[in-house]
Design a protein around this ligand. Structure first.
Ligand code: NAD
Length: 316
């Protein structure tokens, strides 16, 4: 059992606290926003209840167990010094992360490891020199108690032993670490997702399709094969000759990154920021985020359990 501090109790932080608690570790969760910290126990409890219901967590892992396994701590000063691993899950803004890392340098135990959950940032230039050897990126996917992939990237000065420690810890929790040799901005999954986001934003900005058209195309076509074949094995099944011809025949120019989307900007200006706000591309009615997450989790769990029985193609 390791003492883990999770800094940032938002969408990812509360869920990561739950993951590490389920992995047998003692967790201290903290956030500068008291409202976010106050919201975390209910979000974790709902997710945990869904896991118990599906047989993915033990029946005695109830609210009481959770309140001992994850302690919500109001200040960084109380949350961090006893931790051997500090997970950083604060907002994706370089200046916020830089300030936090400077605070962590003075608060973290001598040998403690700092693991950032950043999605896109090369955080290493933001980290004080004294922490460089003990800093790693450990990037999870939401919801991390259901998505098993964890991207691990060392920085230029990261001690290989820190990578091994985090890799082994993550693997022992039943997760699937992919260890990169160096910082690969966007990793693999987020790069592929970013390429899709460019297409999605352009299709919507040009008014060619609706959000539902996009999700119908993904859910009923693109994504169906992915859990079994991934992308590379799917290419083998399609035939590489067709892939080669497809490259030659391409009849439209893929979008260049423009750094913005009018549709996205308009939605955000209208307060439509996603499930936490009750609306985004879709209207989610007056259901609470807890209820929506639970519905999503139940469906993902059913899929995950079915896929576990089916398995990927042999030989990949
Ligand atoms: N949302 C995702 O699907 C996802 C997936 C993988 C990785 N990430 C990464 O995880 C990190 C957090 O993302 P999120 O979606 O959970 O964001 P979020 O906005 O839901 O939560 C961030 C939290 O950090 C808190 N915070 C800000 N400054 C802080 C500080 N100095 N100390 C403590 N808490 C502070 C905020 O109050 C907020 O509660 C980002 O780096 C993001 O790129 C997000």
């Amino acid at each position: 059992m390791t003492e883990v501090a999770v800094v940032g109790a938002g969408l990812m932080g509360h869920a990561l606290a739950l993951v590490f608690a389920l992995g047998g570790h003692r967790v201290r969760l903290t956030d500068t926003n008291p409202d976010m910290l106050a919201r975390a126990p209910a979000l974790m409890a709902t997710a945990l209840a869904t896991l118990v219901e599906a047989g993915e967590a033990a029946s005695d892992q109830d609210r009481q167990w959770l309140s001992t396994a994850v302690r919500c701590i109001p200040t960084l000063e109380e949350a961090v010094p006893s931790a051997a691993l500090v997970i950083e899950a604060v907002v994706e803004r370089p200046e916020v992360k830089r300030t936090l890392y400077a605070q962590l340098e003075t608060l973290m135990a001598k040998d403690a490891i700092l693991a950032s959950n950043t999605s896109n940032l090369d955080i290493f230039p933001l980290v004080p020199a004294a922490l460089q050897r003990r800093t790693i990126i450990a990037h999870w996917y939401t919801p991390p108690y259901l998505c098993d992939l964890v991207d691990l990237c060392p920085g230029p000065e990261t001690d290989p032993a820190a990578v091994t420690t985090v890799r082994d810890m993550v693997a022992a929790m039943g997760k699937v670490p992919v260890v990169f040799k160096q910082m690969v901005q966007g990793y693999v999954a987020n790069r592929l997702q970013a390429a899709m986001q460019l297409e999605v934003c352009r299709l919507l900005d040009e008014g060619l399709v609706t959000p539902k058209d996009i999700d119908d195309s993904v859910i009923h076509g693109l994504a169906l094969r992915m859990p079994i074949l991934g992308i590379m094995a799917k290419a083998d099944f399609t035939g590489l000759l067709l892939m080669q011809q497809g490259l030659k025949n391409r009849s439209y120019t893929p979008p260049e990154p423009r750094g913005k989307s009018e549709t996205l900007d308009r939605l955000i200006a209208d307060g439509r920021t996603g499930v936490m706000a009750g609306k985004g591309y879709f209207d989610w009615g007056d259901q609470t985020p807890e209820a929506l997450f639970q519905e999503r989790d139940r469906r993902l769990l059913a899929l995950k359990q079915a896929l576990r029985k089916i398995g990927p193609m042999e030989g990949t």
